[in-house]
Every structure is written in structure tokens, then in C-alpha cells.
Design a binder for this molecule. Structure first.
Ligand code: ADP
Length: 420
């Protein structure tokens, strides 16, 4: 402002004194415009052509403008450097991970991958940058998993470059429209798991024969012993314990069979109402002593595709548990009906219920809420584990609701795709 007054005030005075104000103003405007044009050109050259970071020399407002732009540039440079160092730290961290990491756009274009991804998945970097991930991992299960957008659970697949390796693929949404894929070599874990399952199956199988022989001899001894003698008592205890062992061995065998079973064969039809009728009869026999009220509410035509043995194990375990853990004169209700998402199975009882801290652990192997109560009922702690594994083959989960002193409700839904 002062600059303008400093330039134009003398022009005004001289112009008025010598009566040539218009001419003098025009000449001054022209010189003023040339002066601005000169600095505008310096600014343009500095911004577009010069690589120098040194501030160009300017006068009055132009000096302020140059300093302002220079400061802004410095701030941007600092921010860019710190972003670059965050990115390089992220990359270094990802390189140090023991897993393969691939960052890709939600439409599938690969943005970045670490070195292990090149080793485990056969990616070539940077050649594969921008390629669609489904062109490089062509397994249909992976493609379907990506499409489903339900990434809660990882999936196991055979390595695309080595058929002997099993890889675990975990996809996670990342930033706004990106995905991060973490791939881990789980070959050894899966082999160990399979060996453990095989071992349990073999041991249980081997135990079954001697136990059957023992049971046979115990029966003979029981027939020969006189009532009320110490020998008769001892034989009765032997009988109880071998029966418990037999049921434990049976449950172990069922569990390892279900665990090792491949996915459900959808060619087999299961007449669930008939199956539940058998379970109802068995439950009624078991519940006679306790005078339990048992009510089955079954939708007659609701049948499924799948494995009868697995369904029987899941449903029978839940019904027998209700019978075992509901005290005398209690009531049990079993429901099998269609619902919006599939077929709904539910077992309700008004027994003692389960405290909330136990509910999350109930499906763990050998987990029992009360050891002594389970021992009385002959429970092994494997029943609900069997149910969980059987249901996992049907893409279903066991839902447990219980209140201490009020009773429990065990339910699950078999998805529509398994319904006939
Ligand atoms: P178990 O063979 O001991 O019954 P489960 O795995 O079937 O083993 O059940 C685990 C535990 O859950 C049982 O020990 C029992 O304490 C509890 N439980 C299962 N069902 C019921 C039920 N209907 N009411 C109360 N407790 C139950």
C-alpha cells in the first residue's frame, strides 16, 4: 500500500502541476505492469523450469509471495519425506514378517507384495504389479472367498506352485478400497494335526477290542457272583468303569472320524424326522427314571442332504445332555422346523443351567463344568466338541444360551443349501 502511495503520489503532484496528469498516469501504469510482469516471469521460471530450491530475489509484495511459496514448498517436502519414511518402514516391517503379504485393490489389481509372496505364491515383482490377483491365484475356492467379502475365517488351500504345501490365506479389508492378503505356510501344523487325529483314532480303535473282551468276562463274573457279597460290589464297579471307558473310546472314535471327514457329500439324503423319532425313543427310555417330560416338535417333511452319522451325533448329543443334566421331573423340548435362513434345531431344558464363564469353553475337548456331576452321568466332556465339529461341516455353529437355575437352550441352523 505504502509502495503505491510512494510511486503514485509524486506522479499525481507533478501531473497536476504541469497539466499532464493523464499522460503521466498512463506511463506510470505501463511501467508498473512491466515491473509486475518481470517478477511474474521470475516466479514462473522458478516454479516450472528451475530445479533450484534457492529463493529467487523479489521486491516488496513479490518478496513476500516468494517467501510464502518457498515456505509452503518446504512444508510439503517435509510431509512427503515423512510419508515416504512411513511407507518404507511399513515395507521393511512387511519384509520382516514370516508371512507372505500382498496389498491389492478391491477390484483385484495388485498394488504391492513382499519378497515372501514371490517365494510362496510365485509372484514376480514388479512384473505382476497391476495384474489381477485372481489371474495369479486361480484356485476357485480363493476366487469365491474374495467374492464373498466375508473374511472372518482364513481358508486353507494347496500352494499354487507346490502341491505338497498347504497355505493358509487370510484376507483383510485395508484402507478405503484395498485388501491385504496374508499367506502362511501351515503344512507342518496340518500334518501334525492329522498325525494327532490318526493317533487318537488308532489308539481308540486298539482299545476297543480288549475292552470288549473285559466286558464279556465281567458279565460272566457278574452272573457267577452272589448277591450282596464284596465280590459282587467289586464286579459292579468294574462293570461301571469299563462301560465308561467304552463310551469314552466310542466318543473319541466318533470325534476323530468327524474331524477327519472330508466335506459333506450332498448326494446322501437324511430323513431327519425319522432320525429324531429314534432319538426321541432313546431319550424317553433314558429319562424314565427321572420322570422327565420330553416333547419333540418336528416338521414332518423337513429333510436334509448330507451325512446321517454326523447329524445323528450332533442332535443326539444335545438331546442326551439335556436328559443327563436336567434334574427329576424337569421338562425338555426339542424343535426341528424351517426358518428364514434354513432348518432350525433347538433343545431346551429347565435344568440347572450353566454359569456364563463356562459357556465359551463348553465345546473344548474334555471340558466339563462340574467333574463330579459329569462323572455321575458318564460324561466324557467330548459331546459338545463332537457337535461343534459335525456342525462345522454344515457351515453351521452351535448357539448356547443358559441361565443358572433356569435352564439351557442349545440350537443351530443348517443353511438353506442343505435342505431338500
Ligand atoms: P459330557 O460328555 O461331560 O456331557 P459335553 O461336551 O457334552 O460333555 O458337555 C460339556 C459340559 O457342558 C458338561 O460337562 C455339562 O456340565 C455341560 N452341559 C452340557 N449340556 C448341558 C445342559 N443341557 N444343561 C446343563 N449343563 C450342560
Amino acid at each position: 500500500m505504502f509502495g503505491l502511495i510512494f510511486v503514485y503520489l509524486p506522479v499525481l503532484i507533478i501531473g497536476l502541476l504541469f497539466h499532464c496528469l493523464t499522460e503521466l498516469l498512463l506511463v506510470s501504469f505501463f511501467i508498473h505492469i512491466l515491473w509486475h510482469y518481470y517478477y511474474l516471469k521470475i516466479l514462473n521460471d522458478w516454479l516450472w523450469n528451475s530445479k533450484s530450491t534457492v529463493l529467487p530475489h523479489g521486491k516488496s509484495e513479490w518478496e513476500h509471495a516468494f517467501i510464502g511459496i518457498h515456505n509452503m514448498q518446504q512444508r510439503h517436502r517435509k510431509r512427503r519425506n515423512s510419508l515416504a519414511s512411513v511407507i518404507s518402514r511399513f515395507r521393511e516391517g512387511s519384509e520382516a514378517l514370516p508371512d507372505a503379504v500382498v496389498v491389492f485393490h478391491k477390484s483385484g489389481e495388485i498394488i504391492w507384495c513382499n519378497r515372501l509372496a514371490q517365494f510362496l505364491l510365485g509372484f514376480k515383482w514388479p512384473d505382476d504389479s497391476g495384474d489381477n490377483i485372481t489371474n495369479l491365484i486361480r484356485n476357485p475356492l480363493f476366487v469365491e472367498h474374495l467374492k464373498s467379502r466375508e473374511y472372518d475365517q482364513p481358508i486353507d488351500l494347496i500352494s499354487p506352485i507346490n502341491a505338497d504345501k498347504t497355505l493358509e490365506f487370510r484376507v483383510m479389508p485395508y484402507a478405503k478400497s484395498q485388501r491385504i492378503l496374508i499367506v502362511r505356510d501351515v503344512t507342518t501344523y496340518r500334518q501334525l494335526d492329522e498325525q494327532r487325529r490318526q493317533f487318537v483314532a488308532n489308539v481308540s480303535h486298539e482299545l476297543r477290542t480288549p475292552l470288549t473282551v473285559l466286558q464279556g468276562y465281567i458279565e460272566i463274573l457278574a452272573m457267577q457272583s452272589e448277591a450282596g457279597t464284596r465280590q459282587e460290589k467289586a464286579i459292579s464297579v468294574l462293570d461301571q468303569q469299563t462301560t465308561r471307558m467304552c463310551s469314552l473310546v466310542e466318543q473319541l472314535m466318533t470325534l476323530s472320524k468327524i474331524e477327519g471327514a472330508p466335506s459333506i457329500n450332498l448326494d446322501e439324503k437324511v430323513n431327519v424326522p425319522a432320525l429324531l423319532k429314534q432319538i426321541e425313543n432313546e431319550a424317553l427310555t433314558l429319562a424314565k427314571k427321572k420322570r422327565l417330560q420330553i416333547k419333540f416338535s418336528i416338521e414332518d417333511k423337513l429333510q436334509l442332504l448330507g451325512d446321517e452319522m454326523q447329524l445323528r451325533s450332533a442332535m443326539a448329543n444335545l438331546v442326551y445332555n439335556a436328559v443327563n443334566y436336567t434334574p427329576k421331573n424337569g421338562a425338555i423340548k426339542v424343535i426341528w422346523r424351517t426358518c428364514e435362513t434354513g432348518a432350525y434345531f433347538c433343545v431346551m431344558d429347565n435344568g440347572d443351567g450353566i454359569a456364563p464363564e463356562h459357556i465359551l469353553h463348553l465345546t473344548e475337548r474334555f471340558y466339563r463344568v462340574d467333574d463330579s456331576r459329569s462323572r455321575d452321568t458318564g460324561g466324557s466332556g467330548l459331546g459338545l466338541s463332537i457337535v461343534k465339529h459335525a456342525l462345522s461341516h454344515y457351515d453351521s455353529e452351535l448357539n448356547i444360551e443358559s441361565n443358572l437355575g433356569e435352564g439351557s437352550q442349545f440350537s443351530f441352523v443348517i443353511p438353506n443349501s442343505y435342505l431338500i
